[in-house]
Write a protein that binds this ligand. Sequence first.
Ligand code: AMP
Length: 402
Amino acid sequence: MKVLVVNAGSSSLKYQLIEMETETVLCKGVVEKIGLNGSLITHKYGDQKVIVEDTINDHTKAFNLLIDCLVNKDYGVIDSVEEIGAIGHRVVHSGEEFDSSTYVGDEEMKKLQSVAHLAPLHNPANIACIQLCKSLLPKVPNVAVFDTAFHSTMPKKAKMYGIPYEIYEKYQIRRYGFHGTSHKFVSGEAIKYLTSKGLPCSKIVTCHLGNGSSISAVKDGKCVDTSMGMTPMAGVMMGTRCGDIDPAVVEMIADNTGMSLKETTNYLNKQSGFMGVSGVSSDARELCKAASEGNERAQLAKDMFAYQVQKFIGSYAVAMNGLDCVVFTGGIGENSWEFRELIMQNTEFLGVAFDQEKNKTSEARGNFCDLSKPESKVKVLVIPTNEELVIARETQEIVQSL
Ligand code: AMP
């Protein structure tokens, strides 16, 4: 079966067409700047790439262009859309309506719409894209795969906020967690690797560190805690997001600056984190460069991030009563030896023997790599994430069970 994986944002549309028998990516691409000046589609197949610039006013046009790329005589990879067996959609927030991936029929669509307000920047675009696929390719089944689903196994003591219970019941306000497909993929890969070596694998901390970052505690293959919350603003400080913060600070910033509550939230979401603290960039590479040139605020942002990740690792080791493995993934986790080195400081007492030399090699950049010394009780792994593959696998599984 060929599965089309679609990740729709408000102004972008990412896609991959995957042949499931061999789990081969036939092509992938992104439509960018939908509804804006300079819209274009970048389509990659094999080792080739085409860029089509066009006026792309809406997602319908974007999706039609995407389909054209798939079947195009010169750079397409299939003869007709009939070859698409299913479409898997990344949907950010499931609310309490779903705790796993789902086929999207009429009933499910209503439920999706009822929780759209929980992720106002993401879910409406995801839902609109599913509707579009249903109308343009009515014979192809659609499956929603949620960022939140992997975290649905968290016990209630980890899910709940210390707010009046009625507020939770009435508005579903609790911690949900995000990057679930990534945490699921890398913890699964870590379990496979550790099992093949005869090593324990029941207590894993997965660190997805990128523009957005989250850390999860995975016990016996199931998520028992995660750092993000009701929204992806929570947890560690990120590229532009503040991470965990005293809630009273929000009103304090608003009062002092004259910003509205909405503006303040936006400020904490888009202008804080690495960007806000360093004043240099939201990008980890720029941050490291500035810090190495002596920029103190860039160094501070680096230290804050590493320290916050460390604290999550430590607290999750206690939550799981031990630690077998730490996994690094995401743009920073997969590529930045500097951040991995900083984060792994002070972990010797947990039984970590971190191989600092191996950590700096090119082998440890963007590849699966074991960074622990042979005597290390806790394994430290770099595992490149593959969220699209998780979406495609779940889509295939659901469609085959229909
Ligand atoms: P992601 O959101 O997972 O795509 O990750 C993006 C982040 O990864 C950005 O902050 C990048 O600067 C960071 N990143 C990518 N490559 C490197 C690298 N070689 N060193 C440090 N950070 C990197």
